[in-house]
Design a protein around this ligand. Structure first.
Ligand code: SAM
Length: 255
C-alpha cells in the first residue's frame, strides 16, 4: 500500500470501504457508461469503478502512483491510464458519450478541476466528486445564500451536496471534513445572449465586499445605478441568480 504521500499533490487517500461503496452507489452509471477518474491515487475507488463498468479512463499526475496503478490493474483499451496533469489535459481526449466523472480531488486543485470541466464543452452525464466541505458549501451554499462560485456555476450546472465524509476516513487524516457533491449539466439560466465572461466580471465586483450592500459595488459598475427589481439594501449573498442576470442585462445595455 502506498505511504509516501505528497502534500503538494493533495494526497489524502480515502481508505474507508463504507464511503468508497457509498460514492459508487450514489451515481447512476451502468455497465455501458464511460467512466473517468481524476486522481486515482493507488486505486482504491478505481477498484470499485472497474468492477462495475467496461470503460474507465484514469488521469493521475504522480509518477510513483502511475507505477503502482500499472501493476495493480490490467490495462487495456477499456482501462486506460493517462500520466497527466488534469489541468493541462486536452479534454477532447476524454470526449465520450454517456460520460460519468469521479474523483476524490486534490484539495489544492479541486475548484480549478471542477471549473475546467464545467466551462468546457464536454458532455458529461454526471460528476461525483469528494472535496473539502468548505469548498462544497461555496459551490452549493445552505440556507439559500449565494456565493460568487455558486452564482458562476449556476449558469453551467446543478451542484448538490450528497453527504459528508469524516476526516477519519482518510490517510493521512486531513484536518477538515469533506463532502461528496453531484454535478449535472444544467443550462437553464444561460443562452447565446449571455456573455459568461462579463457575468464573471460582474460577480467579481459584486462579491469583492460581501458585507456591504449591493448598492456599493453597483456604483462601481454603473455610472448611474439604474432601478432594479430587488432592493439595493440587500447584501451580495442575498441576491439570487435572476438578480445577477438582471444586473448583467442592464450592464449589457449601458452606453
Ligand atoms: N483517489 C485516491 C483516493 O481516493 O484514495 C486519491 C485521492 S487524493 C485526494 C488526490 C489524487 O489526485 C492523488 O493521487 C494525486 O496524486 C492526484 N492529483 C493531484 N493533482 C493532480 C492533477 N493536477 N492531475 C491529476 N491528478 C492529480
Amino acid at each position: 500500500m502506498f505511504t509516501n504521500f505528497k502534500k503538494n499533490l493533495g494526497q489524502n487517500f480515502l481508505r474507508d470501504k463504507y464511503y468508497l461503496n457509498k460514492i459508487v452507489d450514489c451515481s447512476s452509471f451502468n455497465i455501458h457508461s464511460n467512466l473517468l477518474e481524476i486522481g486515482p491515487g493507488d486505486g482504491a475507488l478505481t477498484e470499485y469503478l472497474n468492477n462495475k463498468s467496461k470503460s474507465l479512463t484514469l488521469v493521475e499526475i504522480d509518477n510513483d502512483l502511475i507505477r503502482i496503478l500499472s501493476k495493480k490493474f490490467e490495462l487495456s483499451k477499456n482501462l486506460i491510464l493517462k500520466h497527466k496533469d488534469f489541468l493541462k489535459l486536452n479534454l477532447s481526449e476524454v470526449k465520450k458519450e454517456n460520460l460519468f466523472i469521479f474523483g476524490n480531488l486534490p484539495y489544492n486543485a479541486s475548484s480549478q478541476i471542477i471549473l475546467k470541466i464545467l466551462e468546457s464543452d464536454i458532455v458529461y452525464s454526471e460528476c461525483i466528486f469528494l472535496i473539502q466541505k468548505e469548498l462544497a458549501l461555496r459551490f452549493a451554499p445552505e440556507y439559500k445564500k449565494s456565493t460568487k462560485l455558486s452564482m458562476q456555476t449556476k449558469l453551467l450546472a446543478n451542484i448538490e451536496i450528497l453527504f459528508d465524509v469524516p476526516n477519519t476516513a482518510f490517510e493521512p487524516m486531513p484536518e477538515v471534513t469533506s463532502s461528496v457533491i453531484k454535478i449535472t449539466k444544467d443550462k437553464k439560466y444561460i443562452d447565446n445572449s449571455i456573455d459568461y465572461l462579463k457575468f464573471k466580471k460582474i460577480l467579481q465586483v459584486c462579491f469583492s465586499h460581501p458585507r456591504k450592500k449591493i448598492l456599493f459595488p453597483l456604483k462601481k459598475i454603473f455610472s448611474t445605478v439604474p432601478s432594479f427589481s430587488f432592493s439595493l439594501d440587500k447584501r451580495p449573498e442575498e441576491l439570487i441568480i435572476n438578480d445577477y442576470l438582471e444586473i448583467l442585462n442592464k450592464y449589457g445595455k449601458k452606453i
